[in-house]
Design a protein around this ligand. Sequence first.
Ligand code: NAP
Length: 312
Amino acid sequence: MELNTQYDVAIVGGGPAGLSAAIYAARGGLKTVIFEKALVGGQITVTAEVENYPGFEESVSGFDIVEKMQKQAEKFDAEIKIEEVKAIGLEGLCKIVETNKATYSVKSVIIATGAHPRKLAVPGEEKYTGRGVSYCATCDGALFRDKVVAVVGGGDSAVEEAMFLTKFASKVYIIHRRNQLRAVKILQERVFANEKIKIIWDSVVQEIQGGDFVENLLLYNKKTKETSELPLDGVFIFVGIIPNSELVESRVDFDEQNFIKTDETMHTEIPGVYAAGDVTHKVLRQIITAGSDGATAAFSAEKWIEENQDNF
Ligand code: NAP
Protein backbone atom coordinates (compact mmCIF):
# COMPACT_ATOMS: atom_id res chain seq x y z
CA MET A 1 0.00 0.00 0.00
CA GLU A 2 1.21 3.48 -0.86
CA LEU A 3 2.57 5.55 2.05
CA ASN A 4 0.28 8.53 2.36
CA THR A 5 0.46 12.13 3.50
CA GLN A 6 2.29 12.90 6.68
CA TYR A 7 0.26 14.28 9.54
CA ASP A 8 1.50 15.88 12.72
CA VAL A 9 -1.19 14.21 14.79
CA ALA A 10 -3.26 11.14 14.02
CA ILE A 11 -6.19 10.64 16.39
CA VAL A 12 -7.74 7.19 16.46
CA GLY A 13 -11.41 7.48 17.38
CA GLY A 14 -13.95 10.24 16.80
CA GLY A 15 -15.78 10.44 20.15
CA PRO A 16 -15.62 13.42 22.53
CA ALA A 17 -11.97 12.69 23.46
CA GLY A 18 -10.83 12.42 19.84
CA LEU A 19 -12.84 15.42 18.68
CA SER A 20 -11.55 17.58 21.54
CA ALA A 21 -7.99 16.52 20.76
CA ALA A 22 -8.61 17.46 17.12
CA ILE A 23 -9.98 20.90 18.05
CA TYR A 24 -6.91 21.67 20.17
CA ALA A 25 -4.34 20.16 17.79
CA ALA A 26 -5.75 21.72 14.63
CA ARG A 27 -6.30 25.09 16.29
CA GLY A 28 -2.67 24.89 17.44
CA GLY A 29 -1.64 24.73 13.78
CA LEU A 30 -0.88 20.99 13.64
CA LYS A 31 -1.90 19.00 10.58
CA THR A 32 -4.47 16.79 12.19
CA VAL A 33 -6.47 13.75 11.15
CA ILE A 34 -9.10 11.71 12.98
CA PHE A 35 -9.60 8.12 11.91
CA GLU A 36 -13.08 6.89 12.77
CA LYS A 37 -14.20 3.43 11.70
CA ALA A 38 -17.96 3.99 11.80
CA LEU A 39 -19.85 7.08 12.91
CA VAL A 40 -18.26 10.17 14.41
CA GLY A 41 -19.42 10.78 17.97
CA GLY A 42 -18.78 7.55 19.84
CA GLN A 43 -20.91 6.03 22.58
CA ILE A 44 -22.41 9.33 23.73
CA THR A 45 -24.41 9.75 20.51
CA VAL A 46 -26.99 7.31 21.91
CA THR A 47 -27.52 9.26 25.12
CA ALA A 48 -30.78 11.16 24.79
CA GLU A 49 -30.25 13.67 27.58
CA VAL A 50 -27.01 15.00 29.00
CA GLU A 51 -27.69 17.13 32.07
CA ASN A 52 -24.24 17.77 33.43
CA TYR A 53 -22.22 19.11 30.51
CA PRO A 54 -21.28 22.64 31.55
CA GLY A 55 -22.71 25.42 29.47
CA PHE A 56 -26.04 23.72 28.75
CA GLU A 57 -28.43 24.50 31.57
CA GLU A 58 -31.22 22.75 29.70
CA SER A 59 -30.32 19.14 28.95
CA VAL A 60 -28.86 18.50 25.53
CA SER A 61 -28.56 15.28 23.54
CA GLY A 62 -25.20 13.54 23.21
CA PHE A 63 -25.66 13.68 19.45
CA ASP A 64 -26.01 17.49 19.47
CA ILE A 65 -22.87 17.94 21.57
CA VAL A 66 -20.66 15.82 19.34
CA GLU A 67 -22.12 17.31 16.17
CA LYS A 68 -21.00 20.72 17.40
CA MET A 69 -17.58 19.33 18.36
CA GLN A 70 -17.18 17.87 14.88
CA LYS A 71 -18.05 21.18 13.19
CA GLN A 72 -15.63 22.98 15.50
CA ALA A 73 -12.80 20.55 14.67
CA GLU A 74 -13.48 20.87 10.94
CA LYS A 75 -13.56 24.66 11.24
CA PHE A 76 -9.90 24.46 12.27
CA ASP A 77 -9.17 22.14 9.30
CA ALA A 78 -8.93 18.86 11.18
CA GLU A 79 -9.60 16.10 8.65
CA ILE A 80 -12.00 13.32 9.52
CA LYS A 81 -11.49 10.09 7.63
CA ILE A 82 -13.94 7.22 7.91
CA GLU A 83 -11.28 4.54 7.88
CA GLU A 84 -10.63 1.69 10.25
CA VAL A 85 -7.16 1.63 11.79
CA LYS A 86 -5.85 -1.91 11.49
CA ALA A 87 -2.37 -1.49 12.96
CA ILE A 88 -0.05 1.17 14.34
CA GLY A 89 3.71 0.93 14.02
CA LEU A 90 5.03 2.62 17.14
CA GLU A 91 8.73 1.81 16.89
CA GLY A 92 10.24 4.74 15.01
CA LEU A 93 10.19 8.46 15.73
CA CYS A 94 7.48 8.72 13.05
CA LYS A 95 4.59 6.32 13.64
CA ILE A 96 2.96 4.33 10.86
CA VAL A 97 -0.84 4.13 10.87
CA GLU A 98 -2.32 1.45 8.65
CA THR A 99 -6.01 1.72 7.88
CA ASN A 100 -8.29 -0.38 5.69
CA LYS A 101 -7.68 2.18 2.93
CA ALA A 102 -4.10 3.50 3.19
CA THR A 103 -0.92 3.78 5.22
CA TYR A 104 0.04 7.05 6.85
CA SER A 105 3.22 8.37 8.39
CA VAL A 106 2.52 10.58 11.40
CA LYS A 107 4.54 12.36 14.05
CA SER A 108 2.31 11.56 16.98
CA VAL A 109 -0.69 9.38 17.78
CA ILE A 110 -3.57 9.93 20.19
CA ILE A 111 -5.51 6.76 21.01
CA ALA A 112 -9.11 7.78 21.71
CA THR A 113 -10.83 4.54 20.76
CA GLY A 114 -13.30 4.52 23.66
CA ALA A 115 -15.04 1.45 25.00
CA HIS A 116 -17.95 -0.84 24.23
CA PRO A 117 -20.68 -2.40 26.38
CA ARG A 118 -19.82 -5.52 28.35
CA LYS A 119 -22.04 -8.52 27.67
CA LEU A 120 -23.72 -10.52 30.39
CA ALA A 121 -22.56 -13.78 28.87
CA VAL A 122 -25.66 -15.80 29.77
CA PRO A 123 -27.63 -18.26 27.64
CA GLY A 124 -30.12 -16.51 25.37
CA GLU A 125 -28.26 -13.18 25.29
CA GLU A 126 -26.80 -13.62 21.83
CA LYS A 127 -29.86 -15.39 20.41
CA TYR A 128 -32.22 -12.59 21.46
CA THR A 129 -29.99 -9.60 20.67
CA GLY A 130 -32.17 -7.43 18.43
CA ARG A 131 -35.17 -9.56 19.43
CA GLY A 132 -35.74 -8.13 22.87
CA VAL A 133 -32.17 -7.83 24.13
CA SER A 134 -30.62 -4.39 23.65
CA TYR A 135 -27.60 -2.38 24.77
CA CYS A 136 -29.10 1.00 23.78
CA ALA A 137 -32.27 2.43 25.33
CA THR A 138 -32.25 5.50 23.09
CA CYS A 139 -32.13 3.30 19.99
CA ASP A 140 -34.69 0.69 21.00
CA GLY A 141 -36.73 2.09 23.91
CA ALA A 142 -39.62 3.25 21.72
CA LEU A 143 -40.18 -0.35 20.58
CA PHE A 144 -41.35 -1.17 24.10
CA ARG A 145 -44.27 1.23 24.44
CA ASP A 146 -46.64 -0.06 27.17
CA LYS A 147 -44.50 -3.18 27.57
CA VAL A 148 -42.55 -4.60 30.48
CA VAL A 149 -38.76 -4.37 30.35
CA ALA A 150 -35.81 -5.01 32.64
CA VAL A 151 -32.51 -3.19 32.91
CA VAL A 152 -29.57 -5.22 34.16
CA GLY A 153 -26.86 -3.38 36.14
CA GLY A 154 -26.60 -0.84 38.92
CA GLY A 155 -24.24 1.84 37.58
CA ASP A 156 -24.96 5.29 36.12
CA SER A 157 -25.83 3.84 32.72
CA ALA A 158 -28.34 1.29 34.04
CA VAL A 159 -30.07 3.80 36.27
CA GLU A 160 -30.13 6.61 33.72
CA GLU A 161 -31.40 4.34 30.97
CA ALA A 162 -34.04 2.83 33.26
CA MET A 163 -35.38 6.34 33.84
CA PHE A 164 -35.40 6.97 30.10
CA LEU A 165 -37.27 3.71 29.45
CA THR A 166 -40.12 4.75 31.74
CA LYS A 167 -41.13 7.19 28.98
CA PHE A 168 -42.25 4.17 26.96
CA ALA A 169 -42.55 1.04 29.06
CA SER A 170 -45.39 0.38 31.50
CA LYS A 171 -42.98 -1.20 34.00
CA VAL A 172 -39.19 -1.16 34.30
CA TYR A 173 -37.36 -3.63 36.54
CA ILE A 174 -33.77 -2.96 37.51
CA ILE A 175 -31.97 -6.20 38.25
CA HIS A 176 -28.88 -5.63 40.34
CA ARG A 177 -26.49 -8.19 41.77
CA ARG A 178 -26.03 -6.36 45.09
CA ASN A 179 -28.28 -4.54 47.55
CA GLN A 180 -26.86 -1.11 46.76
CA LEU A 181 -26.66 0.79 43.50
CA ARG A 182 -23.32 1.99 42.16
CA ALA A 183 -24.88 5.00 40.38
CA VAL A 184 -24.42 8.55 41.73
CA LYS A 185 -26.83 9.64 44.43
CA ILE A 186 -28.93 12.07 42.41
CA LEU A 187 -29.76 9.32 39.89
CA GLN A 188 -30.50 6.85 42.68
CA GLU A 189 -32.96 9.26 44.29
CA ARG A 190 -34.80 9.70 41.01
CA VAL A 191 -35.05 5.96 40.49
CA PHE A 192 -36.36 5.36 44.01
CA ALA A 193 -39.00 8.04 43.45
CA ASN A 194 -40.18 6.66 40.11
CA GLU A 195 -43.28 4.52 40.53
CA LYS A 196 -42.77 2.69 37.26
CA ILE A 197 -39.40 1.32 38.41
CA LYS A 198 -38.99 -1.67 40.69
CA ILE A 199 -35.56 -2.82 41.76
CA ILE A 200 -34.87 -6.51 42.14
CA TRP A 201 -31.91 -6.65 44.53
CA ASP A 202 -29.20 -9.28 45.00
CA SER A 203 -30.15 -11.01 41.80
CA VAL A 204 -28.48 -12.09 38.60
CA VAL A 205 -29.88 -13.17 35.26
CA GLN A 206 -29.24 -16.85 34.65
CA GLU A 207 -30.94 -17.15 31.30
CA ILE A 208 -32.90 -15.10 28.79
CA GLN A 209 -35.75 -17.19 27.43
CA GLY A 210 -38.47 -16.88 24.82
CA GLY A 211 -39.84 -17.98 21.46
CA ASP A 212 -39.08 -15.72 18.51
CA PHE A 213 -38.68 -12.80 20.95
CA VAL A 214 -37.75 -12.47 24.61
CA GLU A 215 -40.54 -13.63 26.92
CA ASN A 216 -38.95 -14.44 30.23
CA LEU A 217 -35.92 -14.03 32.49
CA LEU A 218 -34.64 -16.73 34.76
CA LEU A 219 -33.32 -14.97 37.87
CA TYR A 220 -31.19 -16.23 40.73
CA ASN A 221 -31.30 -14.50 44.10
CA LYS A 222 -27.81 -14.67 45.59
CA LYS A 223 -29.06 -14.18 49.16
CA THR A 224 -32.01 -16.57 49.26
CA LYS A 225 -30.43 -18.92 46.67
CA GLU A 226 -33.83 -19.13 44.98
CA THR A 227 -34.52 -19.01 41.28
CA SER A 228 -37.57 -17.25 39.87
CA GLU A 229 -39.06 -16.31 36.53
CA LEU A 230 -39.80 -12.78 35.37
CA PRO A 231 -42.12 -12.52 32.34
CA LEU A 232 -41.28 -9.47 30.20
CA ASP A 233 -40.82 -8.16 26.68
CA GLY A 234 -37.34 -6.62 26.67
CA VAL A 235 -33.98 -6.65 28.46
CA PHE A 236 -31.53 -3.75 28.40
CA ILE A 237 -28.04 -4.68 29.52
CA PHE A 238 -25.77 -2.04 31.12
CA VAL A 239 -23.16 -3.96 33.07
CA GLY A 240 -20.13 -1.82 32.37
CA ILE A 241 -17.76 -1.17 29.53
CA ILE A 242 -14.72 -2.82 27.96
CA PRO A 243 -11.93 -0.63 26.57
CA ASN A 244 -11.17 -0.74 22.84
CA SER A 245 -7.47 -0.98 23.48
CA GLU A 246 -6.42 -3.94 21.28
CA LEU A 247 -4.50 -1.73 18.82
CA VAL A 248 -1.76 -1.07 21.33
CA GLU A 249 -2.14 -4.27 23.34
CA SER A 250 1.03 -5.47 25.07
CA ARG A 251 2.94 -2.38 23.91
CA VAL A 252 1.77 0.15 26.50
CA ASP A 253 0.97 -0.09 30.17
CA PHE A 254 -2.55 -1.33 31.02
CA ASP A 255 -4.55 -1.69 34.21
CA GLU A 256 -6.06 -5.05 35.16
CA GLN A 257 -9.13 -4.36 32.99
CA ASN A 258 -7.09 -3.36 29.91
CA PHE A 259 -7.67 0.38 30.23
CA ILE A 260 -4.55 2.24 29.05
CA LYS A 261 -2.47 3.87 31.76
CA THR A 262 -1.13 7.36 31.06
CA ASP A 263 0.64 10.01 33.07
CA GLU A 264 -1.02 13.39 33.76
CA THR A 265 -0.01 14.62 30.29
CA MET A 266 -1.94 11.67 28.77
CA HIS A 267 1.37 10.20 27.64
CA THR A 268 1.70 6.42 27.36
CA GLU A 269 5.08 4.77 27.77
CA ILE A 270 5.88 5.29 24.10
CA PRO A 271 7.33 8.65 23.01
CA GLY A 272 4.82 10.58 20.90
CA VAL A 273 1.92 8.27 21.77
CA TYR A 274 -0.93 9.53 23.94
CA ALA A 275 -4.29 8.16 25.04
CA ALA A 276 -7.50 9.99 25.93
CA GLY A 277 -11.07 9.34 27.05
CA ASP A 278 -12.87 6.14 28.00
CA VAL A 279 -10.05 3.87 26.79
CA THR A 280 -7.82 5.17 29.58
CA HIS A 281 -7.56 4.23 33.24
CA LYS A 282 -9.44 6.99 35.10
CA VAL A 283 -11.87 7.68 37.92
CA LEU A 284 -14.60 9.54 36.03
CA ARG A 285 -15.88 8.74 32.55
CA GLN A 286 -17.82 11.71 31.27
CA ILE A 287 -17.86 13.89 28.15
CA ILE A 288 -16.09 16.62 30.08
CA THR A 289 -13.27 14.36 31.27
CA ALA A 290 -12.92 12.86 27.77
CA GLY A 291 -12.70 16.41 26.44
CA SER A 292 -10.15 17.33 29.04
CA ASP A 293 -8.03 14.27 28.20
CA GLY A 294 -8.21 15.09 24.50
CA ALA A 295 -7.14 18.69 25.04
CA THR A 296 -4.26 17.62 27.29
CA ALA A 297 -3.12 14.93 24.85
CA ALA A 298 -3.13 17.41 21.95
CA PHE A 299 -1.21 19.96 24.02
CA SER A 300 1.37 17.31 24.97
CA ALA A 301 1.67 16.09 21.38
CA GLU A 302 2.28 19.65 20.22
CA LYS A 303 5.09 20.11 22.76
CA TRP A 304 6.63 16.76 21.84
CA ILE A 305 6.60 17.59 18.12
CA GLU A 306 8.20 21.00 18.80
CA GLU A 307 10.96 19.38 20.87
CA ASN A 308 11.69 16.78 18.20
CA GLN A 309 11.09 18.91 15.11
CA ASP A 310 14.66 18.67 13.82
CA ASN A 311 14.70 14.88 14.04
CA PHE A 312 11.63 13.92 11.99
P1 NAP B 1 -20.21 0.72 35.73
O1 NAP B 1 -20.20 2.01 36.45
O2 NAP B 1 -18.98 -0.09 35.64
O3 NAP B 1 -21.40 -0.17 36.36
C1 NAP B 1 -21.62 -1.47 35.91
C2 NAP B 1 -22.76 -2.06 36.72
O4 NAP B 1 -23.04 -3.37 36.23
C3 NAP B 1 -22.40 -2.22 38.21
O5 NAP B 1 -23.51 -1.90 39.00
C4 NAP B 1 -22.01 -3.69 38.32
O6 NAP B 1 -22.34 -4.24 39.58
C5 NAP B 1 -22.89 -4.33 37.28
N1 NAP B 1 -22.30 -5.53 36.70
C6 NAP B 1 -21.06 -5.69 36.18
N2 NAP B 1 -20.90 -6.93 35.69
C7 NAP B 1 -22.07 -7.58 35.93
C8 NAP B 1 -22.53 -8.89 35.67
N3 NAP B 1 -21.75 -9.78 35.04
N4 NAP B 1 -23.77 -9.21 36.05
C9 NAP B 1 -24.56 -8.32 36.66
N5 NAP B 1 -24.19 -7.05 36.93
C10 NAP B 1 -22.95 -6.69 36.57
O7 NAP B 1 -20.68 0.91 34.19
P2 NAP B 1 -21.65 1.97 33.49
O8 NAP B 1 -22.84 2.23 34.31
O9 NAP B 1 -21.81 1.48 32.10
O10 NAP B 1 -20.78 3.28 33.45
C11 NAP B 1 -19.52 3.29 32.78
C12 NAP B 1 -18.85 4.63 33.05
O11 NAP B 1 -19.56 5.68 32.41
C13 NAP B 1 -18.81 4.96 34.55
O12 NAP B 1 -17.62 5.61 34.81
C14 NAP B 1 -20.00 5.90 34.71
O13 NAP B 1 -19.87 6.78 35.80
C15 NAP B 1 -20.00 6.64 33.37
N6 NAP B 1 -21.36 7.12 33.05
C16 NAP B 1 -21.76 8.32 33.53
C17 NAP B 1 -23.03 8.78 33.27
C18 NAP B 1 -23.45 10.14 33.81
O14 NAP B 1 -22.66 10.79 34.46
N7 NAP B 1 -24.64 10.60 33.58
C19 NAP B 1 -23.93 8.02 32.56
C20 NAP B 1 -23.50 6.77 32.10
C21 NAP B 1 -22.23 6.32 32.36
P3 NAP B 1 -21.51 -3.82 40.91
O15 NAP B 1 -22.05 -2.47 41.29
O16 NAP B 1 -21.86 -4.89 41.86
O17 NAP B 1 -20.07 -3.81 40.53
